[in-house]
Ligand binder design. Sequence first.
Ligand code: PLP
Length: 445
Amino acid sequence: MSRSYVIKPELGKTYPFISHGKGIYLYDKDGKRYIDGCGGAVTASIGHGVEEIADAMYQQAKEVSFAYRSHFSSDAVEELGAKLAEWAPGSLNWTFFVSSGSEATETAQKIAIQYWQEKGKPTKNRIISRWMSYHGITMGALSMSGHVLRRKRFAPLLEDYPTITGPYPYRRPEGMSLETYALECANELERAILRIGAEQVAAFIAEPVIGASGGAVVPPDGYFQRIREICDKYEVLFIADEVMTGVGRTGKAFGIDHWGVVPDLMTLGKGMSAGYTPMAATMVSDEIIETITQGSGLIMAGHTYSANPQSAAVSLAVLQYVEKNQLFDKAAEQGAYLLARLQELADELPLIGEARGLGLLCGLEFVKDKQTKEPFPLSQGVASKVIAKAFEKGLLIYPAMGGIDGVAGDSIIVSPPLTITKAEIDELIGLLKEAIVSVSQELKD
Ligand code: PLP
């Protein structure tokens, strides 16, 4: 094929063509092999080419692929909803299906606002979020996102929702204990609610572990517990954005489970179908659904492909695969090994300021000066250089650039499929080290 008519992420750049995938490996049409060290976009969590998922896909397609949700429910959708209710904490028993993480967070935003309307509190319609955050690319989701690079171009059209600092332990004030820091960060939410007025605030949204804008930044213990207390005190709903952390990625069913906190709404995507089909969801509590049922009885959200049987059957097969192969536990075990190996790299290589992570959601932050933690100017694109070098060597890793020059470092995410073995982790680390050493050399030259 000589000419492409497809709009690619980087215009003018030539991309290799994918051929096939098996396990943690992807192969392009020139026969080059890549370790999928990030599940694409922290998505391919059960690995590539799993035949039982292909079988489930085919079985459903033979029956029916699409039936509109206003006309029919289906076995696949009902079973998937029941499985998620079984896994989810507290009374998060209800699922609204969508096709992408952005749709899921935007749906959560809408349901939160609608909930307060149905309760007779229509002024409660603002969402508070954190500067270091990414909740999606559509206008509502981007309004809640602090990802400066992605906001910049559309800033005049967006709501200024991101108002508070998320915990970023690596860059906490000198000498402050993690315990104090957790409370300081959480108390910022209280100050923001008081400043805006609780009667205006519908919800607070946060990623349990900060992903695309920070590189697997794990909050200190106590942070989310205090957030829950503040939300309860001021009647603010808590939305846990589990699009990246959900379905076992961090070693438990959901990221927020690490702190025993129950959100009012929870969003899922990515690992929910492990990349086998577009699928995402917004989960909500009994209280929210009962309120809306007794009120208008109609959730004002939804998309053409919401709750289609085809995607539901695939997602259900993925969740069953995760359960059968105990991938939550595997993610915890292999994640500890991966983090230890990344820590070794951090100890050895001057370019790495910190290795961090939870389960198989790990990250590295690059710094100009390890002692002072001075970040590289973003214009230098160090993380991008490491990613490009790793790609050349046959390793895929994911960018996590907060985009706040001089504040948020240049980071990457390492998040291989939850099925990865220790030997495969060693292979991944070998290539990653080569890429980082090679970029360090270039920076010196
Ligand atoms: N929320 C979080 C935490 C994410 O990491 C992402 C994507 O990276 C999204 C929402 C948006 O998901 P999608 O790209 O599927 O729209």
